[in-house]
Every structure is written in structure tokens, then in C-alpha cells.
Design a protein around this ligand. Structure first.
Ligand SMILES: [Zn+2]
Length: 354
């Protein structure tokens, strides 16, 4: 629920994927109309550079020939580049689906499935495309472990820890079953908890959608609470964010999930009240009052404001590192904006009695 920027090492891995696909299509588009199939096979055997290293050691050469020999090869590559260039727009519009022949569609699916499930875990690919890669052969696992350590909380739900690789999975933001060309595209690979991943994978992505590499969800919606703090609900920060907020809540079933975790706030609230109560008691025992307040409630209100501000700042520093930080920040924000009077009264009564 917090925007994520991958560091250079993680980006180096995913950039390797993009570079590979780029080399792949460049080679495919190089085919001359006069080139026979035999010549094509011959050329595929003698590819130079990093693409050659990979294609000779893996099944990539087979796919290169099949793509180059496909009647729709140009269209496929245009579609691929169109998709990666406009990727950031698709969270608003959805990914346009271009029509291809059935055989072409199946070729793309099988080939990109192979890239994701097998190729990127081969040493040949890693040696050629990921500079100074030091992880194990299982690159996907390495990616999960590395990114999970840096960003230990699921970016979708902000609830589940993903710093142990058995709880994390690589989500294809736009599902690879529907958009196979995005199977190893850097922006489309998001480390998430298995629950969120399965939830969005089963359904289509609801558009408009918030993407952890593109949006900061905190700018789009805020959690609010009923006056007894027993019910949580999300509201957009701007009227224009209504739809995207709704879709986000539905996609990851956030409100139902958070409703069950309000116990975290019970603890936060009792600490806040305890701190202010103690501060207020100390203040009442002072012979000279520092503050020029008209009433006890006014004093407590100022103390509450101070403690809330402190707690919000403290939690901001923990975003993405500790679960449920967004909910906690919004809880304090809601008290500050709507419940300051009632909280002050509650604390005064508690201390002074009326
Ligand atoms: Zn999650």
C-alpha cells in the first residue's frame, strides 16, 4: 500500500529481462523477405553476442526461428513495444487486446511461458543478460528473497510479510495468462503476498488500478473509522479517486481484512490515551501553568495533538517495513480531524472525573 522503488540490484535483474526480449525481437525483425527457411535456421545457429550465447545453450533459437517465420511477426513486435512504452497508461485504460491468428496466439503464450518459467532460471541467460549476477541459478527465488528483504510487506495489502520467500510470490500485475508478452517485463513483475497474488490472478485486473511502481496509494484514499472505532472504511481523497479506491478495496478485499485487524488500533489507542493522561496529570500538579488554556479539555486537546503528530511521524518512517502502517497513520489522522473533542473529553473525565 506504499509505492515501491526497486533498488539498482533488483532493477539490474529485471532490466536483463527487458534487454533480452529487445534483442529477441530485433533479431526476429531482421529477416529478409528473400531468406529461405534453411538460411534462417543457419543464421539462427550463428547469432553473435549475448543473444547467441543464450540461444545456443537453450531453446531460444527454436523460438527465434518460429517467430521470424511467423506471418504476424512484425505485428507481434509492434504490439510488444506498444505495450511496454504505454505500460503506465494501462492502469487507467486497461491493456488493449490486439487480434492474432490462433496459431500465433498459442506460439506467443508458449514462448513467453518458457521465458518466464525456464529460461530466466538458466545460467546461460543469467551470464549473458544480468551483469555480475551472484545469486543462485533459481533467479526467481533469488528475486523474491532479495526484494522481500528490502520491501518486507506486501505492497498490495500492507498486511502480510513477504520477507520469507515461502510467503511471497511474483505477481504479474497484468496477468501473463491474458498478456503473455508482459511475462518478463520489468514493470509487470511485482513481489506480493501469495494471497493477494492469487486473488488478483484469478480475476481480471479491475481498472482503474493502483500499481505499486506507479502510484502512491496514500495519495488516493484514506481510512476512516466509526466513532467507537469498531468499523473501518476507505474514502477517496478526491472525488475523482472514487472509482480507483473502490476497485482497490475490491481487488484485495482490504476492508474485510482490516476489519479483522482493528485489535492493532486498540493497543495504539490505549497507549495514546495513557501517554496523554500521564502528561495531563503531571501538568495539573504544576504550580505555574505554562499554557494559557481556558479549560482542562483545551489542555488535553493540545497534548493529544502533539502526541498524535509524533505517532504519525514515527509511523511514516516505518512505511513498507512494518505491517498495517497505512491503517495506523489514517487512524491517528482521523482522530486528529474528527475525534479530538470527544477524545479530550474522555481523557479529562478519566483523570478529573465529573
Ligand atoms: Zn498482500
Amino acid at each position: 500500500m506504499w509505492q515501491i522503488t526497486l533498488d539498482n540490484y533488483a532493477k539490474k535483474i529485471t532490466r536483463g529481462f527487458d534487454n533480452f526480449v529487445d534483442d529477441f525481437f530485433n533479431w526476429v525483425l531482421d529477416r529478409k523477405p528473400t531468406e529461405s527457411l534453411t538460411e534462417l535456421f543457419e543464421r539462427a545457429k550463428n547469432i553473435e553476442g549475448r543473444l547467441g550465447e543464450v540461444s545456443r545453450a537453450t531453446s531460444v533459437s527454436k523460438w527465434l526461428v518460429r517467430f521470424a517465420n511467423c506471418a504476424e511477426s512484425e505485428k507481434i513486435s509492434y504490439y510488444y513495444y506498444y505495450k511496454i512504452k504505454n505500460y503506465h497508461l494501462f492502469t487507467d485504460t486497461g491493456v488493449p487486446v490486439w487480434r492474432f491468428l490462433g496459431s500465433t496466439k498459442s506460439m506467443i503464450s508458449k514462448c513467453f511461458h518458457y521465458f518466464y518459467s525456464t529460461l530466466i532460471d538458466t545460467v546461460a541467460f543469467q551470464d549473458a543478460y544480468i551483469n555480475d549476477y551472484e545469486g543462485g541459478a533459481e533467479l526467481k527465488k533469488q528475486f523474491r528473497t532479495y526484494v522481500g528483504e528490502k520491501h518486507p510487506i506486501c505492497p498490495y495489502c500492507d498486511h502480510t510479510r513477504i520477507d520469507l520467500d515461502r510467503f511471497s510470490s511474483i505477481d504479474h500485475f497484468f496477468p501473463k495468462a491474458i498478456h503473455p508478452l508482459l511475462s518478463i517485463h520489468s514493470n509487470n513483475l511485482v513481489l506480493a503476498c501469495s494471497a493477494c497474488n492469487d486473488r488478483i490472478k484469478q480475476a481480471q485486473v479491475l481498472i482503474p488500478a493502483l500499481h505499486p511502481y506507479i502510484h502512491e496509494p496514500h495519495d488516493y484514499f484514506q481510512f476512516y473509522f466509526s466513532s467507537n472505532y469498531q468499523v473501518i472504511f476507505a474514502r477517496p481523497k478526491l472525488p475523482s479517486h472514487l472509482d480507483i479506491t473502490k476497485k482497490y478495496m475490491i481487488s484485495y478485499q482490504i476492508e474485510a481484512l482490516y476489519q479483522k485487524r482493528l485489535d492493532i488500533l486498540v493497543k495504539e489507542l490505549s497507549e495514546l490515551r495513557g501517554n496523554v493522561r500521564r502528561a495531563f496529570r503531571r501538568y495539573r500538579n504544576l504550580s505555574v501553568k505554562r499554557w494559557n488554556c481556558s479549560s482542562d479539555e483545551e489542555v488535553v486537546k493540545r497534548m493529544l495533538e502533539y502526541h498524535i503528530k509524533y505517532r504519525i511521524n514515527k509511523n511514516y518512517k516505518l512505511k513498507g517495513q512494518k505491517p498495517m502502517v497505512k491503517m495506523i497513520i489514517d487512524f491517528y489522522t482521523d482522530i486528529q480531524n474528527r475525534f479530538l473533542e470527544s477524545e479530550s473529553r474522555f481523557i479529562v473525565i478519566n483523570v478529573v472525573g465529573y
